[in-house]
Each structure stands twice: as structure tokens, then as C-alpha cells.
Ligand binder design. Structure first.
Ligand SMILES: *[C@@H]1O[C@H](CO)[C@@H](O)[C@H](O)[C@H]1NC(C)=O
Ligand SMILES: *[C@@H]1O[C@H](CO)[C@@H](O)[C@H](O)[C@H]1NC(C)=O
Ligand SMILES: *[C@@H]1O[C@H](CO)[C@@H](O)[C@H](O)[C@H]1NC(C)=O
Ligand SMILES: *[C@@H]1O[C@H](CO)[C@@H](O)[C@H](O)[C@H]1NC(C)=O
Ligand SMILES: *[C@@H]1O[C@H](CO)[C@@H](O)[C@H](O)[C@H]1NC(C)=O
Length: 431
């Protein structure tokens, strides 16, 4: 009568086999002690090294919440790679050879909070590769793709995500092209800072879909053009800063449909041309700044459409040429000073709008005769050369003084040698 022993042994064997099978090969599985947010469920960390292929979902322990894969020989992450690992909140893939991420690779991970793919070899972030990543209720998701070799972000790479609040992308990715709809789907991102020293092109609507970004900072790139609709779709951006960039042309309507822009600042830029209607569409902008930049040409009506600008600050720039009526519709205070600008290339048409409003006749011959630069604009009145930045009062004020100096002269020493174009009352006088 020894029968009871046999079933007990069988049961022990079955348990041993089950727990061995529950940790994938080349991985170690350990429970995470006292982790937050478990709601009483045990959480398991699966750490893998040297994998040559991804484990099957069935190989992971049911409790798996974190998967960390490092120094693997994985070259790709297929569609639905982790589907069937239901409690996964964190996926990290480091220092491997991942070059391709398939469409919807991380789909179905309803509790995901961190997706980290660092130090891999992704060159093209394919359409839908980050597609359908959805968090758990309001839990925010961080996606970190730094230090890959990403050159191109294809349109709709982030299609259908929700709750992705942070995207870490610029470090260690030589991004060359931002395709149309590159960021579409990332409607929960609030702040976006992109330093893109390798960037060569921004396609129209590249930023569409970032509905919730309130501040966008772009720096470091050198592109042929900011095309029409480059920034369309950034509906919530209040502050836009672009610095340390080289742009051959800001094309007409590059800033179309950016209704929310309140602060628009361009600094340390080299801009070949600002085209007619370049900023058309940024019509709620109140503070507009261009500073420390080189600008080849500001075309007629370049700032047309920015009807609400309260403060134009265009200062410390090196400007080669400004077409007639470049600055129109400027209603309020305008700061325009320390711009190296040729006095001889028709500077007063720059302020033509003001002169028309002030009933100042335009006398064609009264221009600087020799190459000189505007070193200051003074509208403080009469013949005073006291430094003042405002020309806004020209509409109501008595005088506009453009302080010009020979282009070889130090910018600051303006007295004595000075030739000034002075608007007194309704007259333009050349002294
Ligand atoms: C990846 O490799 C880098 C340098 O080789 C190392 O500093 C880093 O700690 C590694 N990361 C992981 C998660 O192993
Ligand atoms: C976006 O994802 C959905 C599935 O969620 C798919 O049907 C659609 O085709 C995708 N859109 C693009 C442009 O790839
Ligand atoms: C935008 O962000 C706010 C809070 O930051 C959030 O409540 C809202 O759902 C977001 N909208 C979209 C469309 O993601
Ligand atoms: C721009 O370049 C200057 C100097 O070259 C640097 O001090 C500054 O931090 C840069 N700003 C950005 C936003 O890259
Ligand atoms: C512009 O460059 C100067 C110095 O070169 C730096 O101090 C400043 O922070 C830069 N501005 C921006 C907005 O990057």
C-alpha cells in the first residue's frame, strides 16, 4: 500500500519543470521587492544578456513587469514582439544590434510606462514602429530612443500612441530628415526640445499631430528651407525658440496655422532670406524676436499677417537687404536697433508704413549716398541722438532718426561722423 507516494513525486516534478520553463533562456528572473503600484500583484524583472532571438511570450513568467535586454545579438524587433506578456510596464533594450523595429512592435502593452531602446543601430524609424503604444489609464509613458543611429523618422512612426508624455530622441541620433507627420500621434507630449546638428530637411507638416506641445525648442540644424507649413499643426505651442540654425530661406507660410504662438524667437541664426508672408499664420504672436542673426534679405511683406504683435524686437542682427514695405502692420512698440544694415539700400521704405500713417512724404532722393549702416534708430524726438530703441512712436511722435555710420566704422561711435536720416514732423531731412 504505497500508492500515495507516487502522485506526490509526480506533482513535485511538474512544479519543478514549470518554474524552470518560466524564465527564458539567457535571462534571470527575480521578483521586484516592494515595488509601487503593484496593487498586490507580484512583479518580476527579467534580465537577459546575449540573446540571439527574443523569447516567446509563453516563456516569460506571468508576473513579468520589466524586461531588460542587454548586449544581445538581436537585429530586429518584430511586430507584436511582446504581445501576450500582459503586465509589462517597462521594456529596455540596450547595447544590442537592433536595426529595425517592425510596425506595431510594442502593441498591446496596456500598462507600459517606459520603453527604452538605447545604444542600438536603428537608422530609420519606420512608420508605425512605435504605433499603438498605449498607457494604462492616465499613466504617462516615456519613450527613450537616444544613442541609436536614427537618420530618418518616417511619417506616422508614432501612429496611434496615447499617453506618451516624453520622447527622448536628439542625443546620439544623427537625424537628417523629419518627414511629414514624423511626430503624428504624439498628442500628449508637452515640451519638445530638438537639437539636430545633422538635420538637412524638414518636410511640410513634419510637426503635425503634436497637438499638445506648448513649448518647442529647435536648435543646431542647417537646412535649405523651412518650407510652407513646416510648423503647421503645432496648435498649442505658445513659445517657439529656434536658435543656432542655418536656413537658406524661411519660405512663404512656413509658419502657417500656428495660431497659438505667443512668443516667437529666432536667435543666432543665419538666414538667407525671409520670404513674403513667411510668418503669415503666426497671427497671435505678441512677442517677436530676431536677434544675433545674419539675414541676407527680408522680402516685402515678410511679416505680413502678424497683426497682433505687441513687441517686435529685431536687434543685433547683420542684415544685408530689406525690401520695401518689409515691415508692415506693425502697430505697437517696435525695437529695431544695432542691426548692421546698409543705409544706402533704401532703408526708409522699411518704415514706409509708419511714414504713410504719419503722413510723411517719401522723397526718393533723400537717401544715404555712400555705403553706410544703420547703427541705431531713434524716435525720441527732434535732433537728439540719445540712444533709444523705439520707432513705434513714429506714428504719433515727432521724429525718426536713423543713425548711420560708414560700414567700416566701429558700430558704437556714431557722433561726429554721423549722417542721420531724420523724419521731423512730416518731413524727411537728410543731415
Ligand atoms: C552600454 O554600453 C555602454 C558603453 O559601452 C555602457 O557605458 C553602458 O553602461 C551600457 N549599458 C547597459 C545598460 O549595459
Ligand atoms: C495607423 O494605425 C492604424 C491602426 O491602429 C492603421 O489602421 C493605420 O493604417 C495607420 N496609419 C498609417 C498612416 O500608417
Ligand atoms: C493635452 O494635455 C492635457 C494636459 O496636459 C490633457 O488633459 C489632454 O488630454 C491632452 N490632450 C490630448 C489631445 O492629448
Ligand atoms: C548656441 O550656440 C552658443 C555658442 O555657439 C551656445 O552658447 C548656446 O548654448 C547654443 N544654444 C543652443 C540652444 O544650442
Ligand atoms: C546665442 O549665442 C550666444 C553666444 O554665442 C549665447 O550666449 C546665447 O545663449 C545663444 N542664444 C540662444 C537662444 O541659443
Amino acid at each position: 500500500m504505497r500508492r500515495p507516494l507516487f502522485p506526490v513525486t509526480t506533482l513535485l516534478l511538474v512544479v519543478a519543470v514549470a518554474s524552470a520553463a518560466a524564465c527564458p533562456d539567457d535571462c534571470t528572473c527575480s521578483f521586484i521587492a516592494s515595488s509601487r503600484g503593484t496593487r498586490g500583484r507580484p512583479e518580476m524583472r527579467v534580465a537577459c544578456k546575449g540573446l540571439s532571438s527574443l523569447p516567446q511570450a509563453i516563456d516569460y513568467p506571468t508576473e513579468t513587469s520589466t524586461v531588460v535586454i542587454r548586449e544581445s545579438r538581436l537585429t530586429g524587433i518584430p511586430t507584436d514582439a511582446f504581445k501576450g506578456v500582459p503586465y509589462l510596464t517597462r521594456v529596455e533594450i540596450h547595447n544590442s544590434s537592433v536595426a529595425a523595429v517592425g510596425a506595431f512592435a510594442f502593441r498591446g502593452l496596456d500598462r507600459l510606462s517606459h520603453l527604452i531602446i538605447r545604444n542600438n543601430a536603428i537608422q530609420v524609424l519606420q512608420s508605425n514602429s512605435m504605433g499603438d503604444i498605449k498607457g494604462f489609464r492616465n499613466k504617462k509613458i516615456i519613450i527613450d530612443l537616444e544613442h541609436n543611429a536614427i537618420q530618418v523618422i518616417e511619417g506616422h512612426a508614432f501612429n496611434g500612441t496615447s499617453f506618451v508624455s516624453s520622447l527622448l530622441l536628439s542625443n546620439g541620433n544623427p537625424i537628417v530628415t523629419l518627414r511629414t507627420d514624423a511626430f503624428s500621434g504624439l498628442q500628449y507630449v508637452n515640451l519638445l526640445e530638438l537639437h539636430l546638428p545633422h538635420l538637412l530637411s524638414i518636410e511640410p507638416y513634419a510637426f503635425r499631430g503634436l497637438w499638445n506641445v506648448t513649448r518647442l525648442t529647435l536648435s543646431g540644424f542647417s537646412v535649405a528651407q523651412l518650407p510652407a507649413h513646416a510648423f503647421s499643426g503645432l496648435e498649442s505651442v505658445r513659445t517657439f525658440v529656434m536658435s543656432n540654425v542655418t536656413v537658406d530661406a524661411i519660405e512663404s507660410r512656413a509658419f502657417e496655422d500656428v495660431y497659438g504662438f505667443t512668443n516667437l524667437k529666432i536667435a543666432n541664426a543665419s538666414i538667407g532670406a525671409i520670404r513674403t508672408d513667411a510668418f503669415h499664420g503666426a497671427r497671435e504672436t505678441m512677442n517677436f524676436v530676431i536677434t544675433m542673426s545674419h539675414i541676407g534679405l527680408i522680402e516685402t511683406y515678410a511679416f505680413h499677417g502678424m497683426d497682433d504683435v505687441y513687441l517686435y524686437q529685431i536687434y543685433n542682427n547683420d542684415i544685408d537687404a530689406i525690401e520695401q514695405r518689409a515691415i508692415v502692420g506693425v502697430r505697437f512698440y517696435t525695437f529695431f536697433y544695432n542691426n548692421r544694415l546698409d543705409c544706402g539700400c533704401g532703408v526708409y521704405p522699411l518704415f514706409e508704413e509708419h511714414m504713410i500713417e504719419a503722413n510723411v512724404p517719401i522723397v526718393e532722393n533723400n537717401r544715404c549716398q555712400e555705403p553706410k549702416e544703420i547703427v541705431d534708430v531713434d524716435a525720441s524726438g527732434a535732433s537728439s541722438l540719445r540712444k533709444s530703441d523705439r520707432i513705434g512712436e513714429i506714428v504719433n511722435g515727432p521724429a525718426l532718426i536713423l543713425q548711420c555710420a560708414p560700414s567700416t566704422a566701429p558700430v558704437r561711435t556714431v557722433s561726429g561722423l554721423l549722417t542721420a536720416l531724420v523724419v521731423v514732423g512730416s518731413m524727411i531731412v537728410l543731415i
